[in-house]
Write a new protein. Structure first.
Length: 122
């Protein structure tokens, strides 16, 4: 599948669910500064970046998904969050746009938590 390779961090359990059943939308509140006034912006969709974001500065989660999107960057530009997020581009894309056009795989998991998950959830 040609197109973009993007990244999404989440829990191990949710990563497995996404691989099996696809993404679901979440409502996120982002603190943004525009024209010198701080305010929060609420967006709904799936958080994606053009490179892996460290859990210390991005969304929490012990699993990193690699999302191969069968669209180019221009096609998802309406969902871009302006500027850079710690040197990465950020999009919040609705699940209905993503799911028919993606291939998802678990790229990595935190080894400190993956053993516990596998052992206790079967």
């Amino acid at each position: 599948m040609a197109g973009l390779i993007l990244y999404h961090r989440t829990s191990i359990a949710m990563a497995r669910r996404v691989v099996r059943h696809g993404f679901q939308d979440y409502t996120l509140t982002l603190g943004l500064t525009r024209s010198g006034a701080d305010h929060e912006v609420e967006v709904t969709g799936v958080w994606l970046t053009d490179r892996p974001i460290d859990v210390a500065i991005g969304p929490p989660g012990d699993a990193l998904l690699e999302v191969r999107l069968g669209l180019d960057e221009k096609a998802i530009s309406p969902f871009a969050i302006g500027g850079d997020f710690h040197d990465a581009k950020l999009w919040i894309v609705p699940a209905r746009v993503l799911n028919p056009r993606v291939t998802v795989c678990i790229k990595e998991v935190d080894p400190n938590t993956s053993w516990w998950y596998d052992r206790h959830t079967g």
